[in-house]
Design a protein around this ligand. Structure first.
Ligand SMILES: [Mn+2]
Length: 334
């Protein structure tokens, strides 16, 4: 991505902070995704290459899909303690970095705090921030910073940074996949990032329980009037030893059935409630539907939890979804 004069100056200030630091601690947001972890571990390898002692701290453990990243085993939930610089990556809000980060924020003697983030909703919580929503991934920003600083980028850094670029674009399938993002990934491949392995490890691989649950959940699928829905029942999850998050990819899979405008996964909860996961194609906005049921999200991906048992949730929400699809198609003149 071409930088504006002001962003070049901003990046230079961050580079100076990083170069001046000897013991930086890097934080990514809680419930970390591939971009938060890829950006943090990528920056860790870059700074270690400069001879610095670097710590990477996450409030939550890494998912199995990120354990292949070089340095993943060094990640832990660690306090700021005696570090001399705090770096916040990929989280737009200071409350999203966990208890150790919050404790440091409330400590008047804490070291300086810098932030690198691509969310336009960033609250500006850091002492010095580089926020640019034109970047598809925070890892892409870290790579741009490394290039501007002319730091060596080894295969480990390249692998971590490419993983952030790949996972935040769902392997180049989202509408923020830009030519600049593809240029960055191509350049990282030349530095040794194994792209096919990253897509397989970071996105495609599933646990055996997840795979077995797909069979059971897809067997419940119904497709009618542009709406596809399926049920993740407790009895099925227990039968294959699956966790609540397993099967979550099914809702996107159903959205991609030809003729489907909106998909729903109904996830039965232990407490008798039902969690709803919505996906839609661009003509249909599911954010309003989720909001109506006490949830929220984006136009094409949203969710809610309702105080209804599974069958009652289906009986109430499927007709509402069908009305939304019908109205969306009337509105667009289709
Ligand atoms: Mn991100």
């Amino acid at each position: 991505m071409r930088q504006t004069t002001s962003s070049v100056a901003t990046i230079d200030r961050l580079i100076n902070r990083l170069v001046a630091s000897e013991r930086p601690i890097l934080f990514g947001h809680e419930r970390p995704d591939g971009d938060a972890v890829g950006a943090a571990l990528g920056l860790m390898w870059l700074l270690r290459g400069l001879g610095k002692r670097v710590t990477v701290s996450f409030a939550d453990p890494l998912s199995a899909n990120l354990s292949f990243l070089p340095g993943a085993e060094t990640v832990a939930d660690l306090p700021v303690a005696d570090h001399d610089l705090i770096v916040a990556l990929d989280g737009s809000d200071e409350r999203r970095y966990g208890a150790n980060f919050s404790a440091a924020l409330n400590d008047p003697s804490r070291p300086p705090l810098i932030a690198i983030d691509h969310h336009k909703t960033n609250t500006g919580f850091a002492d010095e921030s580089w926020v640019d929503s034109r970047f598809a991934a925070t890892a892409q920003m870290v790579y741009a910073l490394a290039l501007q600083a002319a730091w060596p980028v080894d295969q480990r850094a390249a692998t971590c940074l490419a993983t952030g670029c790949v996972t935040d674009t769902n392997a180049f399938t989202t509408d923020h996949t830009t030519p600049e993002l593809l240029d960055a990934v191509a350049s990282l491949m030349r530095r040794g990032a194994p792209l096919a392995d990253i897509i397989r490890e970071g996105i495609a691989l599933k646990s055996e329980a997840d795979a077995m649950l797909w069979g059971r959940v897809l067997a419940t699928a119904t497709i009618e009037d542009g709406v596809a829905y399926a049920l993740s029942r407790l009895v099925d999850r227990n039968a294959v030893n699956a966790s609540e998050g397993d099967g979550s990819g099914i809702v996107s899979f159903l959205r991609n059935v030809r003729g489907v405008a909106l998909s729903i996964l109904f996830v039965e909860q232990e407490d008798g409630q039902t969690r709803l996961s919505f996906r839609s194609n661009p003509d249909t906005d599911v954010a309003a539907l989720a909001l109506e049921w006490g949830g929220g999200g984006h136009a094409q991906a949203a969710g809610a939890t309702v105080a209804l048992p599974l069958d009652e949730a289906v009986a109430q929400i499927v007709p509402a979804a069908k009305r939304l699809v019908s109205a969306s198609h009337t509105d667009s003149g289709a």
